[in-house]
Design a protein around this ligand. Structure first.
Ligand code: ASP
Length: 393
């Protein structure tokens, strides 16, 4: 059933009250008069920028919204230099690349997902194949890999020489401050102390050189060891008819425990699309996003009438609430949400502002391709998790 525009954008006192109640102390202002968007539109994480044109061309040629989104996300999946997605993704702690992805096709209200997949580069397409060729929504691990091969996806080695060397560097400074141990905010969790970062840095640069990491790549490799990166790509697309789809794909957190699955393949966390409302997706600290079902939370907030930006803020505020507003915990969490309403209104929101001039960005194509800066909730920098390992020298 089509919801009328008036109903969809209804702003009621009840909606505002729900928003306030949900956030328990974090008040979300009632939505202002809804600003209509422009169709069609593509919104995605910044690493999708190079691939927006081909997705836009596909959309203009009548491509389905999910296929257009796949045009974007397969770019980083195929790119060995993007070490957060697909081929060349940074591996788990055993040096094995494991990929996650999920998608939702708005027009047919279907979903597909794969988690912990090895040896198959285009897991976004595999997630779509699960949706189209099975009665299931989610396949994981070895079963997902075998399914992909049965559907004609080639097996290939996803660990590039570059990623292998950065992993070797990480392994050589492996310490007890890694993914093992309590979650952020658990009763026995304590914030790590930074230690003598300068000395460690010099030693790590020397080690990177001895591993044959080229000079121009050394600082980047060291940074990835000290602050395991998040990356990922999410893309949501609305066509001229207001049909929407969304997809997220990732190699997950660098140096994760084998078998770890983050938010990216979780329908409702890494991606959620409702054809009556819109689509949302996430990149960042997957564990935190799973706990607040971020993408679903955002779509539900838009359903209640919140603007895309306010809806994204609501999910961020819920993360803050889960950590009792404790900045000592929150500074180890990074989160960016990409929000698209079915009428084309959109927003990108981030938990932290980052350093001045380095606020997280996202990219959009609505006839004009551009980069936009996220609206942020908290002023300051995230430090990422796990933190700098305490190296014994
Ligand atoms: N959300 C992803 C995960 O937790 C990581 C990321 O966005 O970089 O696996």
């Amino acid at each position: 059933m089509e919801i009328s525009r008036r109903k969809f954008f209804a702003t009621s006192a009840a909606a505002a009250a729900i928003a306030e109640q949900d956030l328990a102390g974090q008040t979300t202002p009632p939505p202002a008069a809804a600003k209509p968007g422009k169709l069609p539109v593509i919104i995605c994480a910044a690493n999708g920028y190079k691939y927006l044109d081909r997705a836009w061309a596909a959309l203009q040629g009548g491509a389905d919204t999910l296929d257009a989104a796949i045009e974007v996300v397969t770019g980083p999946e195929d790119d060995p230099k993007d070490d957060s997605v697909g081929l060349g993704g940074l591996p788990n702690e055993e040096g094995v690349v494991e990929l996650d992805s999920c998608c939702m096709h708005g027009p047919t209200r279907r979903a597909g997902s794969v988690g912990g997949v090895r040896n198959i580069k285009n897991v976004s397409r595999v997630a779509k194949a699960v949706m189209e060729h099975t009665g299931h929504v989610m396949l994981v691990g070895d079963g997902a890999e075998r399914f992909a091969v049965s559907m004609g996806f080639p097996r290939e080695n996803l660990l590039t020489e570059h990623s292998r060397k950065v992993w070797t560097l990480w392994r050589e400074v492996h310490s007890n401050q890694d993914w093992w141990g309590p979650q952020i905010g658990a009763p026995n969790w304590t914030a790590p102390d930074g230690g003598t970062a300068g000395k460690r840095m010099n030693r790590l640069v020397e080690m990177a050189a001895s591993l044959g990491i080229p000079e121009e790549e050394r600082m980047d490799a060291v940074r990835k060891v000290l602050h395991p990166p998040t990356g990922t790509i999410h893309c949501s697309v609305a066509n001229a008819m207001g049909e929407v789809s969304g997809i997220t794909t990732t190699s997950g957190l660098a140096w994760k425990i084998p078998g770890r699955v983050g938010d990216s393949p979780i329908i409702g966390a890494g991606c959620y699309t409702d054809p009556d409302v819109g689509s949302a997706g996430a990149t960042g600290s997957g564990e935190e996003n799973i706990k607040v079902a971020g993408a679903h939370t955002i779509v539900e907030a838009m359903r209640r009438g919140l603007e895309p930006r306010e809806a994204g803020m609501e999910a961020l505020k819920r993360i803050v609430r889960f950590h009792q507003d404790d900045k000592n915990q929150l500074r180890f969490i990074g989160m960016t949400y990409y929000v698209l309403r079915k009428d084309g209104a959109y927003a990108g929101v981030a938990l932290w502002s980052g350093k001045p001039g380095q606020t997280p960005r996202y990219v959009v194509h609505d006839g004009e391709k551009r980069t936009e800066t996220c609206t942020y909730l908290l002023e300051g920098e995230t430090r990422g998790w796990p933190p700098i390992p305490s190296v014994p020298w």
